[in-house]
Each structure stands twice: as structure tokens, then as C-alpha cells.
Design a protein around this ligand. Structure first.
Ligand code: GLU
Length: 301
């Protein structure tokens, strides 16, 4: 259990990608991470994950921040933008390269499909370029990190013990794409450490990514935060709500109604009818949050 009076103060974060407006699923993640942080008298930071310019929607970052404010989810410190963090990602790449843990890969998508096996979430990289470091300089290469057959385990605060053998279940994964963009897995690890994040509360779609992130933390000599993965919200078509697929943005007209609905999905005890304003709701939420009540919903996909 987290000791409030320990030497290290709780610091949480919400890290939306500005590929669209906040929908109900991302509001749920924001509310859960906010409430967990505030319940532990911790800080809550916001980081805009605008790593991938073609996916960034103009105006989305500002709209996300306005939405958080409208829902009473106020943050600490300044908002970080990953687009301004390239130097830090570059340094992490250099550190791993010097340790001999990276290699260039020029496999096309087609080659990846032909040589890899289908895994739970996409193709498992066969390690084809690991043995044969490319001498060519074109086309531009992606950089992959060497994975291991030793299982990476961690204890999610809700899902319990999780273990993954990266080499077998994921394969050597990309840290810098051939087009020069840094991968989410690298950036998230570098930034969580640079921001001193102690607790990560986010959607269960990232449960499968967590062992990769812990592996990178170990390679880079960084601390591993605590993890809590929240239930996902599915649309009528049975697919996870996603900003990129234009899931309905949350309605700013009646934030209290949406907050109540998100709180219920998080398995929390509802505030009574005397709570009629957003500020009353958030005060209630910070006081009454119980992480153990969060339902464990099977993640699809
Ligand atoms: N940027 C990611 C997303 O919007 C979340 C990253 C994280 O919480 O680690 O899905």
C-alpha cells in the first residue's frame, strides 16, 4: 500500500493524445487518475502526448484542457508537451545504443507480416534484423530494442500479478520509427521518470504495454511506478471508444451528469442528491475514492 507520509510524495498524471476531443472513456481515465491522486493528497499532472504530428488534430490539446477544467479536474504544475521533449528521447536512444541494445531494422510492413507470427496485439517481430545488422543506409531504418526471454512481472493494483515474456509475446519492439518519430513506449517511460510520476492510473488498453515500459525503465535505470488499469468503455459496436475514430466528445453542457456516470462505471459509491455542483462532486470524489472498488473488466483485443 502507498504510504502517504513516506519520503516520496504521490504524483500522478493524465496523458491524453490530442488526436481528438475527450470522449467518455478518456474522461473516465482522467477522473480515476485524478481521484486516486487527490485521495492520496498527491499531485496530478497533465501531459499532452503529441508525439505523432499526422495524428494530432489542430485545437484538440486546448479543447482537452478546457474539458478537464469544465469537469473540475484541475492539474498541478505546467502542462508538458511531448513535441517539446525530443532531446530527452534522443538521449535515451543514445544511452541504449551505447549499451548495445538497439539495432536497425528495415523490414517493410509486408516483410513483418510474412516473417512474424500473429500475436494478441499485432505481429510479433521475428527478430529477423537482430542477427544481421544492416549495412545499407537506405531505406531509413527503424530502431528496435533487443528483448529477453526472462518474464517481466509487475503487480497491477487491480488486476494483480501480470507477467509477460517480451521476446515471445511481443518481440523486439520499435523505439524510433523509420520516419524518425520516437515511439510512444520510449517517450512515456522517459517522461514519466522525468516528471517524477509515482502512480500511473490509465485505461486497460495499456495493460499489455506495461511490461515493455517496465523493461525500458530497467534498461535506462529508471524507477518503476505503481500501476492501476481502469476498465475501458466500449461503443455500441463493441469497440473501444477512441478519439481517432471520432467517438462522441463528452458533453460540456451537463458535466455533473457525465461525472456521475463515469464515477459509477468506476464502481464508486454515488454521491447523494445534495451534490449539485461540479466542485462539490470533485470534493466528494477525492474523499471517497476506493481503488479496490474499480471493477476488473475483461479487456478485449
Ligand atoms: N497517450 C495515451 C493515450 O491517449 C495514454 C498514455 C498513458 O497513459 O500511458 O491513449
Amino acid at each position: 500500500m502507498w504510504a502517504k507520509n513516506g519520503p516520496e510524495r504521490y504524483r500522478g498524471r493524465f496523458a491524453p493524445s490530442p488526436s481528438g476531443l475527450l470522449h467518455f472513456g478518456s474522461l473516465l481515465a482522467a477522473l480515476g487518475s485524478w481521484a486516486d491522486a487527490r485521495h492520496h493528497q498527491g499531485e496530478w499532472w497533465v501531459r499532452i502526448e503529441d508525439l505523432d504530428p499526422p495524428r494530432v488534430q489542430a485545437g484538440a490539446a486546448a479543447a482537452i484542457l478546457r474539458t478537464l477544467e469544465c469537469f473540475g479536474l484541475h492539474w498541478d504544475g505546467v502542462v508538458w508537451y511531448q513535441s517539446q521533449r525530443q532531446q530527452a528521447y534522443h538521449q535515451a536512444i543514445e544511452q541504449l545504443r551505447e549499451a548495445g541494445l538497439l539495432y536497425p531494422c528495415r523490414c517493410s510492413r509486408r516483410k513483418l507480416r510474412e516473417t512474424g507470427q500473429q500475436g494478441r496485439k499485432g505481429v510479433i517481430y521475428s527478430g529477423r534484423c537482430r542477427q544481421r545488422p544492416a549495412t545499407a543506409t537506405t531505406p531509413p531504418a527503424a530502431l528496435r530494442v533487443v528483448t529477453e526471454s526472462t518474464p517481466i512481472g509487475f503487480c497491477d493494483r487491480r488486476h494483480g500479478s501480470i507477467e509477460q515474456v517480451l521476446e515471445r509475446e511481443v518481440g523486439d519492439f520499435v523505439l524510433r520509427r523509420a520516419d524518425g518519430l520516437f515511439a510512444y513506449q520510449l517517450a512515456v517511460v522517459v517522461d514519466d521518470a522525468a516528471q517524477g510520476i509515482t502512480h500511473i492510473v490509465r485505461g486497460s488498453d495499456l495493460l499489455f504495454s506495461t511490461p515493455r515500459q517496465i523493461y525500458l525503465q530497467r534498461l535506462l535505470g529508471l524507477a518503476t511506478p505503481e500501476y492501476l488499469h481502469l476498465p475501458l468503455v466500449y461503443g455500441g459496436d463493441g469497440r473501444k471508444l477512441s478519439k481517432q475514430e471520432q467517438a462522441h466528445p463528452v458533453d460540456l453542457e451537463n458535466p455533473l451528469l457525465t461525472l456521475r456516470a463515469a464515477w459509477q462505471r468506476l464502481g464508486q459509491i454515488a454521491p447523494g442528491p445534495e451534490v449539485t455542483e461540479v466542485a462539490q462532486f470533485t470534493a466528494f470524489a477525492a474523499r471517497h475514492w476506493v481503488a479496490q472498488r474499480v471493477p476488473i473488466v475483461e479487456t478485449r483485443g
